[in-house]
Design a protein around this ligand. Structure first.
Ligand code: AVJ
Length: 318
């Protein structure tokens, strides 16, 4: 596989160590949510997407299935589909099935392993399709393959992954995507919608405890990879809704006063003390359009499901 690489992957190994030490040293403890996705965490996330309470994946998939033909019809002939993050095979395949005019599919991911898995999957389903993987960090400057120069571009950023970012960072990422894709490009992006708080919280605190296991896996991962000694049974999963910021927050709550060691450093926890592990922002449609506009995107279309649980937007670089 030909991979356009940058320095980001080489830094990934020490990233968990330095981020965890920094996050646990701060007055308000936190661990960045990107560390959820080791092999165990990715498997747990797959299970989350199947949960009865977790509506986003199935709702977005339903919207894309209903709109795939329209998306294909609206796409310029000879265009290139550029997916930011390559983990969402089913949703991508729904588009690729209909986009017979596509010049190439360009999955962009920071993980070379995730990219080659995605490439193999897409190649076996669509043997004729040109797949041009790019290994790199799409929150930084990133070069697309030279062979797609001058071709119309359609970006794809499903999953409401944008919701992980606070407002300023979300604007920055969307602006960077506009820069990567270039003038006149379009972006199909999924954004979870505001709704009844109980419904929101149950999506992040399911009956079967899969989201709890997903959250607690951060501590297990630290034990596996960073010689940490978290007693995982002494931490609870907590999901709250912060109405003023319009977001779900995930925490790990220390059940007791305890001491933990990570890479030889000592961290003290008070009973009830929290480690913040994830933001998941929820939007209304006008709010999402305003956010996109600040990043240089003009809304073209917005689609939702009948229950208005989730939204998919088509944006164009203004
Ligand atoms: C992958 C960021 C969209 O925020 O809903 C699911 C991650 N965390 N359950 C989300 C997640 C807990 C998910 N995103």
């Amino acid at each position: 596989m030909k991979i356009v690489s940058d320095t980001a992957t080489a830094e990934a190994d020490s990233d968990f160590a330095s981020s965890l030490l920094a996050g646990l040293s701060a007055p308000t403890k936190s661990i960045p949510c990107r560390f959820f996705y080791d092999a165990a965490g990715s498997a747990l996330f797959e299970k989350i997407t199947q949960l009865p309470e977790y509506y986003p994946t199935r709702t977005e998939t339903e919207i894309l299935r209903a709109r795939a033909s329209q998306i294909a019809r609206d796409a310029a002939p000879g265009n290139v589909l550029i997916e930011f993050g390559s983990g969402s095979s089913l949703k991508t395949e729904l588009l690729l099935e209909k986009m017979h005019q596509l010049y190439a599919y360009v999955p962009v991911d920071i993980s070379a392993a995730a990219l080659s898995a995605a490439q193999a999957r897409i190649k076996s389903r669509f043997p004729q399709l040109k797949v041009l993987p790019v290994c790199g960090d799409f929150s930084r400057s990133l070069a697309l393959p030279a062979t797609i120069e001058g071709r119309p571009r359609l970006g794809f950023f499903p999953g409401s992954t944008i919701g992980n970012l606070p407002e300023a960072a979300a604007v920055k990422l969307l602006a960077n995507m506009a820069k990567i894709l270039g003038h006149g490009a379009r972006l199909i992006i999924g954004a979870d919608l505001k709704k009844d708080v109980r419904r929101l919280i149950s999506a992040y605190d399911d009956e079967a405890g899969v989201t709890a296991a997903f959250n607690l896996n951060l501590l297990k991962r630290a034990n596996r990879e960073l010689d940490a000694d978290f007693d995982v049974s002494q931490f609870d999963h907590l999901a709250t809704y912060d109405a003023s910021n319009g977001r779900i927050d995930l925490y790990l709550v220390s059940q007791a006063e305890q001491t933990v060691h990570v890479l030889g450093r000592r961290f003290d926890f008070a009973a009830g003390e929290r480690i913040h592990t994830e933001h998941s922002h929820k939007y209304d449609i006008t709010g999402f359009h305003a956010l996109a506009a600040r990043a240089g995107w003009r809304p073209i279309e917005t689609w939702t499901d009948a229950e208005r649980l989730f939204s998919v937007h088509v944006l164009e670089v203004a």
